[in-house]
Design a protein around this ligand. Structure first.
Ligand code: 5GP
Ligand code: SF4
Ligand code: MG
Length: 460
């Protein structure tokens, strides 16, 4: 999901709509914006793309206010019904509260069961609403103390934005799995998922919100508190591999260069004689540039993508996913025919996209097709906010590399090693005792407890 919040400007909603548009890649299912004008909250939430939802004057005129938070939804838990569109909004004894969440809670099901048992009426099926009820039930008085109290019960990955009558509040979970950055535009403060959402409105990047940090922007400026016990940071390495936009800088690393570096590592680890390096667009492009530069082979756009189709995997239904890939890619025959082709892509999940792309490249006359993947094999599902299928649907959990190569129909297949991935991030390798990132979908080493999956009752 995507988050964008702003405090202290007369066009809070317009800025938010632009920010959410820059973050469209993080979720295409639905969007919402809640504003506050000093007396009243206003909100508009709908299914669809940001430009369609917030492209009309009637909608934007409704969203008056000097502060706002917005969200793009990308379904992980909760299904795609309208009542799950964020930000969620409710009235509390202290005033209104809008809440938007990127990530996924890993004990929400158990907490929800407990809350329902004591009489909480849930409006949605999202994990996020649990936080709202915990805030409502907290015995503390200020919003921030209640939030800290609520988050003390919650496990999982979360970057959160809250909008109250007084403030814009941002939080990252203690391991900082999902991103959140701070920006400044004149007197306004901005909290958003990625720096590309600052660029679109001409705002300045200030810094990342730290793991476990709460930042509060209000009439007195920006303050920060760190109420949680310090933990080792474990930012999602898949943000660098695939999810974040290449022109963003997150956690101090430029995403485009990180991807190019992975391509370089891949070329060092798994070279192969060939005539041309071809990216699977768009997600494979930066890694393919790195692979070509390192190997000295020519880089060509041997596959052309139709840009008027969204990311196929974000479409929830399987039959649409299958349709999607043919809508999306076409071989550029002049640069494929008679050639030994190295295809570079960011990851293999189910393997269905890769299989169809390989078939397409062979039909265009490729002499050999080799595939190089800028991530290690995806062996395990994500429970922290990226929509991966169940383990039994992951190609890498069903086959070894040779088996995967056969399944997708390539002459050779190689993945970057886990150490190669860490080297691309500027580290010596993966420190197994204390890894610098969350890499659970490649290692099965889950840094945050999976209570809901394991059925562990929370007895705190
Ligand atoms: P596959 O070969 O696994 O079907 O698709 C691989 C390509 O599609 C990659 O380029 C990746 O960007 C994207 N992709 C397809 N399905 C998913 C999915 O369920 N999750 C993620 N993270 N990426 C996917
Ligand atoms: Fe990111 Fe993978 Fe960890 Fe999920 S499991 S947070 S996708 S690294
Ligand atoms: Mg892709």
């Amino acid at each position: 999901c995507a988050l964008f919040g702003i405090y202290g400007t007369s066009d809070a909603a317009a800025h938010s709509a632009l920010g959410l548009h820059a973050l469209q890649h993080r979720g295409q299912e639905a969007s919402g914006i809640v504003t506050f004008d000093g007396r009243h909250f206003h909100n508009h939430r709908a299914a669809g793309l940001v430009g369609d939802i917030f492209g009309t004057q009637a909608v934007m005129e409704k969203l008056v206010g000097y502060s706002a938070i917005g969200h793009n939804r990308y379904a992980t838990t909760g299904g795609s019904s309208d009542r799950n569109i964020q930000p969620i909004f409710a009235d509390f004894d202290f005033g209104g509260l809008a809440l938007a969440h990127n990530g996924n809670l890993t004990n929400a099901y158990l907490l929800r069961k407990e809350l329902v048992r004591i009489g909480c009426l849930f409006q949605s099926t999202t994990d996020t609403e649990v936080i709202n009820h915990l805030i409502a039930r907290s015995n503390y008085s200020t919003v921030v103390d209640r939030l800290i109290d609520a988050l003390g019960r919650v496990k999982g990955a979360y970057s959160l934005l809250l909008l109250t009558n007084e403030a814009l509040i941002g939080v990252r979970d203690p391991m900082g799995v999902r991103p959140l950055v701070i920006g400044r535009l004149d007197d306004a403060w901005i909290l958003t998922s990625e720096s590309c959402a600052l660029d679109i409105i001409g705002a300045r990047f200030v810094r990342d919100v730290e793991p476990g940090e709460i930042v509060i922007a209000d009439g007195n400026g920006l303050r920060s508190i760190k109420p949680f016990a310090k933990q080792k940071r474990r930012f999602c390495v898949f943000e660098h591999i695939y999810f974040a936009r290449p022109d963003s800088k997150v956690e101090g690393i430029g995403v485009y260069d990180a991807r190019k570096n992975i391509g370089r590592e891949l070329a060092k680890e798994s070279p192969i004689p060939a005539d041309v390096v071809v990216p699977v667009p768009d997600s494979g492009v930066p890694a393919a540039i790195g692979y070509a530069a390192q190997s000295g082979l020519p880089f060509e756009l041997g596959i052309i993508r139709n840009h008027y189709v969204g990311r196929t995997f974000i479409e929830p239904a399987d039959h649409i996913r299958h349709l999607g890939v043919r809508l999306k890619h076409n071989a550029n025959r002049a640069h494929i025919e008679g050639k030994r082709v190295i295809l570079v892509d960011d990851s293999i999940v189910r393997g269905t996209t890769s299989m169809k792309i390989v078939e397409m490249v062979r039909n265009a006359g490729a002499k050999e097709v080799h595939m190089r993947i800028a991530a290690p094999p995806t062996t395990d599902p994500c429970f922290y906010g990226i929509d991966t299928p169940d383990k039994d649907k992951l190609l890498a959990s069903r086959y070894d590399v040779a088996g995967m190569a056969k399944f997708i129909g390539v002459d050779s297949l190689a993945f970057v090693s886990i150490d190669g991935l860490y080297r691309a991030m500027g580290l010596p390798g993966r420190d197994a005792a204390s890894p610098a990132f969350c890499d659970a979908c490649f290692t099965g080493d889950y840094p945050i407890d999976l209570d809901d999956v394991l059925g562990v009752e929370d007895r705190q």
